[in-house]
Design a protein around this ligand. Sequence first.
Ligand code: NCD
Ligand code: ZN
Length: 346
Amino acid sequence: MQQITIRRPDDWHLHLRDGAMLRAVLPETARDFARAIIMPNLVPPVVTLADTVGYRDRILAALPKGAVFEPLMTLYLTEDTDPADVAAAAASGVVKAVKLYPAGATTNSHGGVRDLTRVLPVLEKMAEVGLPLCVHGEVTTPEVDIFDREAVFIDTVLDPLRRRLPGLRVVMEHITTEEGVAYASSAGPTLGATITTHHLILNRNHILAGGIRPHYYCLPVAKREKHRLALRAAATSGNPQFFLGTDSAPHTDALKEQACGCAGCFTATNTMPLLAHVFEEDGALDRLEAFTSLNGPAFYRLPVNQTTLRLVKHATPPPFPDKIVTEAGPVTVFNPGFPVHWRVEA
Ligand code: NCD
Ligand code: ZN
C-alpha cells in the first residue's frame, strides 16, 4: 500500500457562492483544506470591507460542526473602490487580497474594471500596504480569439502594470498557457501564479472532440496539449511561484447543461486524490506538498498549516460521488475520465 502524508493543503482560489449553495459546497472543501482564498464574485459582488466581514460570517456559520477552516477573504475591485477602505481591509487582517476581474471576462464580472487607470490609486495603496492583487488574466476584447486572451493580457495589460507598479505583489490566477508559465517563471518573487486541478488534466480536445462536454467548460478555457504539459511541468517543479488554486466553481447541472452553459468545474470534492494521481504520474509525489501546502503560504506571508493530510493509494479505485446535492439542484463533481486510485484518509 502506497501512502503519503503532507501538511494540510490550502486552496488559493475558491468559489463558495452564498446561501444554499454555500452550505452544500463548503463541507467539500473544509474536509481536506485548512484555508482558502475566497472569490468575491457573488451577486452583488463583495466590494467593501463591510461586505467582506458579512460574507466571512456567513461562511463561518455554514461550516459543519467541528470543521476547522479559515476563509481568507478578498475584495472585488471596481472603479469605485476606495483606497482608504482597501487599506482598512488590509489592516483588519480579514482581507488577504483584492481581485481584479476585467469587466465581462467571466461569471459575475460585469461590475469589474474597464479602465485600469481608474483604479491606479487603489493599486498604489495596495503596493504600499503589501496587499496582493489577484488577477483574472484575460482580455475581453471581442476581436481577440478566446484561446489567445491570456497571452494577449500578459503582453498588453499585466506586464505594463507590473512595470508601472513594481512594488505591487500580483497573483496570476488560474494560468492556462505556456506563455503564462514562462512569464511567471521569468518574474521575481513579487509574482505568483495559481494552477487549477482541472487544467493539469484537460486540454481543449477533452471539451470539444467527440461531443461537447459542458462540465469541462471553464474560464479561462483549457488550451492545447502543449499548454497542459507546460502547466504540469510548472506545478510539479517545486518552483515556489506556483501553487494550487482549484478555481472550484459550482454551477447546478441545469445551468451547465443548456444552450448557453455557465463556465466552471467543480473540483472541491476530489482535488487532492486527483493531484496525487497527477504528481505520481509525473514522478513528483515528493513535490505535491510544495504545490498544495508550502508555496502559497510563503507567497501570502502566512504560516504553513500544522496539521496534516494522508493520501492512500488503493488497488481498486475508491468511488467518489458523481454529484453533490444542493437545494438549487445537483452539481456534477469533476470526473477526470480515468480511474483514480488515491483517497484522502484519516
Ligand atoms: C468562475 C465562476 O463560475 O465563478 N468560473 C470559471 O469558469 N472559472 C469564475 C472564474 O474564476 O473565472
Ligand atoms: Zn475562479
